[in-house]
Design a protein around this ligand. Structure first.
Ligand code: GLU
Length: 498
């Protein structure tokens, strides 16, 4: 019997050794099928593979697996590229950039798969499938009636003809127990029923994923195959193929699913899972999304939650990826995103938000916009929030009565009371030199003289000057708006109470 070996090199070692004992750098890959836009779950797998390569000073490869052409979706490759670029997951080899082991698009490698398939067929380890779909279905129905699992190998033909490429080619499986190690899932094994004579080449000349990814990983010298959970049940078949092809298997790591917010099932579009590009369009800092995705089911063993990309590269460890699914919690993403924004230098943030200002900001000076940004930075969670948070700094907004009627405290006041309060405030605000500290002194005095709570009095002034229930610190906001504009807006609000 052929002995089968899984590479036992440790992930933490920057260098691994293949069977020839020659030094090989860590090489990981992301191998998406262009069947749709990239979402959080898939991109997290790519991120783990990228972090593994970057940490080891290795190579991350982008390969496109497009052998199931019926499922291909227009624009999917562009979406994959744009999503990865936005996140900063860069590849050193593969799509668009090439490399020593190309082409990196499977549909351009059909001749390679054909050669390897011929090798197996010539050795008697693969044979053309002699059955029609109807015949196959009748075998299946028979198995169902007899309440036993259907296995193709029970119908393996005795003397198959030579494969001429016009029929599907099936692997002649070796039904035995297969054991392997998975960096995340631990030591695993499966009995003979997990392997069968599966199709490796289809009648149309295209290989199946099960077959060609193994050839590609081998030829592209991939040292660590990091992929999602859906493939783990096929591992015995893959191991059977490594054995038949007489090639060493790489290190395997299975990344568990990302679960929906209820924690029960895989995250789906119905849970509001967005495309990665939507986060780009809404202005989430890419390092925040990367932080969020990396800590979906991974931590560094401390309480640390906020990681820069560099820290992730330094600290990531596949062995600390949890085996159970990780719950997708968009509120955590919002929190992380706000935290990354708060950590940014103002000039950096200013450059990043350029396209997100409200239209009315187009005439404003850079220095004014920067002042505005300094004030709202604390509260900004993603850049597309900028117009709603800052519009009033650039344009007069119509008085919105609902802001009072929906205000927890102010709705209890009569129009008369509100009018008096705002009038008193206006008079007091006419006095100070228009600087934040002076304005604050006046506001404090107003609290003393009126006996009102800050939440009510400041809430009222805030609504008058911003038509917004919340704004940055009131004194700073007033100072930046300027005295004339502030008083004019207070007058505007007062006329509503008349
Ligand atoms: N083409 C497969 C997919 O998109 C990749 C699986 C793998 O990483 O081996 O799911």
């Amino acid at each position: 019997m052929t002995t089968y070996r899984v590479n036992t090199q440790k992930l933490s070692d920057p260098i691994c050794y293949n069977n020839l004992m020659t030094e090989t750098k860590v090489r990981t890959r992301f191998a998406p099928s262009p069947t749709g836009a990239l979402h959080a779950g898939t991109v997290r797998t790519a991120l783990f593979a990228w972090l593994t390569a970057r940490q080891a000073g290795g190579t991350f490869i982008l390969r496109i697996e497009d052998t199931d052409q019926a499922r291909e979706v227009d624009g999917a490759i562009e979406n994959i590229v744009e999503s990865l670029r936005y996140l900063g997951i860069d590849w050193q080899e593969g799509l668009e950039i090439g490399g020593d082991y190309g082409p990196y698009i499977q549909s351009q490698r059909l001749h390679i798969y054909k050669e390897w398939a011929d090798k197996l067929a010539n050795k008697g380890l693969a044979y053309p499938d002699p059955y029609t779909p109807e015949e196959l279905e009748s075998f299946r129905a028979q198995a169902r009636n007899e309440k036993r699992p259907f296995l193709f190998r029970h119908h393996r033909p005795d003397n198959p003809p030579k494969w001429d490429g016009t029929k599907a080619l099936r692997l002649k499986s070796n039904p035995r127990e297969y054991s392997w190690h998975d960096e995340v899932m631990g030591d695993l094994s499966a009995g003979p029923d997990a392997v069968d004579d599966f199709i490796i080449m289809k009648a149309d000349g295209f290989p199946t994923y099960n077959f060609c990814h193994i050839i590609d990983d081998y030829l592209m010298k991939i040292t660590h195959v990091i992929r999602s959970q859906e493939f783990i049940s096929s591992m015995p078949r893959f191991l059977n193929l490594y054995e038949a092809l007489e090639i060493d298997a790489p290190v395997f790591a299975t990344v568990p699913n990302v679960l929906g917010p209820d924690g029960n099932k895989k995250l789906s579009k119905r849970d509001g899972a967005k495309q990665i590009i939507e986060y780009k369009n809404e202005g989430y800092p890419p390092e925040a999304l990367m932080n969020f995705l990396a800590t979906l089911g991974w931590n560094d063993g401390t309480e640390q939650e906020i990681f820069s990309p560099k820290e992730l590269i330094d600290k990531f460890d596949l062995k600390r990826v949890q085996r159970s699914g990780a719950r997708f919690d968009e509120r955590r993403l919002l929190w992380l995103s706000g935290a990354h924004i708060r950590n940014m230098e103002i000039d950096d943030l200013y450059n990043r938000v350029e396209e997100f200002w409200p239209e009315s900001a187009s005439e404003a000076s850079d220095s004014y916009k920067k002042e505005v940004l300094i004030l709202v930075k604390e509260r900004l969670k993603f850049y597309a929030e900028l117009p709603s948070l800052t519009k009033f700094f650039f344009e007069d907004l119509p008085v919105d009565d609902n802001l009072i009627s929906e205000h927890k405290q102010l709705k209890k006041y009569s129009k008369e009371q509100l009018k008096t309060l705002l009038q008193v405030s206006r008079t007091a605000l006419e006095k100070p030199k228009w600087e934040p500290q002076e304005i604050q002194d006046v506001l404090n005095e107003l609290i003393e003289t009126t006996g009102e709570k800050p939440v009510c009095l400041f809430g009222l002034i805030r609504i008058a000057i911003s038509q917004n229930p919340s704004s940055p610190a009131l004194n700073d906001t007033l100072a930046l708006l300027g005295k004339d504009k502030s008083l004019r807006r207070i007058d505007e609000q007062l006329s509503e109470f008349a």
